[in-house]
Design a binder for this molecule. Structure first.
Ligand code: PMP
Length: 352
């Protein structure tokens, strides 16, 4: 097959995160445990009773209402899709495209610029400070130069784990010429959320995912909370029946396990503190994290070599060592205490 892709896609790199078979997998920020057993049973009962020969509820009414109730917003302020990546893609399809730009501040989640480019949208890149913090003077510069239709923030930021506080998000919101998207894929692990700023009169959306907190990465489900007129526009451009009936049921049922999930998030936050404390005793630089992962850089060692030594010990973390602005850095997902101990032991050996 030799049909070339669009010229502007030909030189693009895809998104790679190796899926290798290892004992301890801490590279993609998933939840370390499957959903509670009551969830799988309830879902199995609903799946058995599905009208398989009918298209799903196109407006995913029950899921939408459940998400809205969970966040205390109106169902008209909820838009869901197949993973928050598809939510981001739908935003780019609606507000990006030829002649338009998005703004990102690197280092940040690689898919923001990748998805923008795939949708034919130009990407204006701003720099963060040396310690990965947002630089408001740089934000002003980029927004003034590029006039972006969409400005992306990621909070807590992937892969650094850093949280944007309320004052910063409010300032950026005042500056953006278009829409501000705050990607909160890891929002539950953080002490503050931009969700409280969402209002029908503000050009702000907050995206969330079921892939992390809700232990449902396999299902591919994410959503945004935003102004209802924007949600109505997204409803018009997304493919008909894009959310299948099984996923709609899974997403609705999961929210019934809110208490159990809050407990799990609290344990992961505590575990994150333990891992950071142990890392601080090793010859590595550690960045403060408000997410379920931690970015660190082995000092005086080649990052990729350390990554390989961990892999040799059947521990897989994310190798960011060759990424721009993240020279020598690795990112580890917080797992179960046993998984984290295996990682810490392997790292001690790798650094010895
Ligand atoms: N945003 C961020 C910041 C992420 O890290 C991820 C997952 N890697 C996503 C969005 C995509 O999540 P989903 O599984 O919902 O597509």
């Amino acid at each position: 097959m030799t049909i070339p892709p669009r010229d502007d896609l030909a030189l693009m790199e895809g998104y790679h995160s190796p899926q290798v078979d290892v004992a301890v997998r801490l590279n993609t920020n998933e939840a370390p445990e499957p959903p509670p057993s009551g969830f799988t049973e309830a879902l199995a009962a609903e799946v058995a009773a599905l009208d398989w020969h009918r298209y799903p509820d196109r407006s995913y009414t029950a899921l939408r209402e459940a998400i809205a109730a969970h966040h205390g917003v109106a169902p008209e302020q909820v838009f869901a899709a197949n993973g928050s990546n598809e939510v981001l893609q739908t935003l780019c399809l609606a507000y990006g495209g030829t002649g338009r730009a998005v703004a990102v501040f690197e280092p940040t989640y690689a898919l923001h610029s990748h998805i923008a480019r795939v949708t034919g949208t130009a990407v204006a890149v701003g720099e963060r400070t040396e310690d990965h913090a947002l630089d408001l003077a740089e934000v002003r510069r980029v927004l003034a130069e590029a006039d972006p239709a969409i400005t992306f923030l990621c909070s807590p930021n992937n892969p650094t784990g850093m949280l944007e506080d309320e004052a910063t998000v409010r300032e950026v919101l005042d500056l953006v010429p278009g829409l501000l998207v705050v990607d909160e894929a890891y929002g539950q692990f953080a002490p503050w959320s931009a969700l409280e700023l969402v209002d029908d009169d503000r050009p702000l959306v907050v995206t969330r995912t079921y892939s992390k907190t809700w232990s449902m990465a396999a299902a591919r489900l994410g959503y945004l909370i935003g102004p209802s007129p924007l949600v109505a526009q997204l409803d018009q451009i997304v493919l008909p029946y894009h959310l299948d009936s099984v996923k709609q049921a899974a997403g609705r049922l999961a929210l019934g396990f809110d208490e159990a999930m809050r407990t799990r998030v609290a344990s992961l936050v505590e575990e994150r503190g333990r891992v950071v404390a142990r890392l601080s005793d090793l010859p590595v630089t550690v960045w403060p994290s408000a997410a379920n992962f931690v970015l660190f850089r082995p000092e005086g060692r080649d990052g990729e070599a350390v990554w390989r030594s961990l892999l040799d010990r059947s521990v897989l973390v994310r190798d960011c060592s060759s990424w721009p602005r993240l020279d020598g850095c690795l990112r580890v997902t917080i797992g179960t205490p046993a998984e984290d101990d295996a990682f810490l032991a392997a790292l001690e050996e790798a650094l010895a």
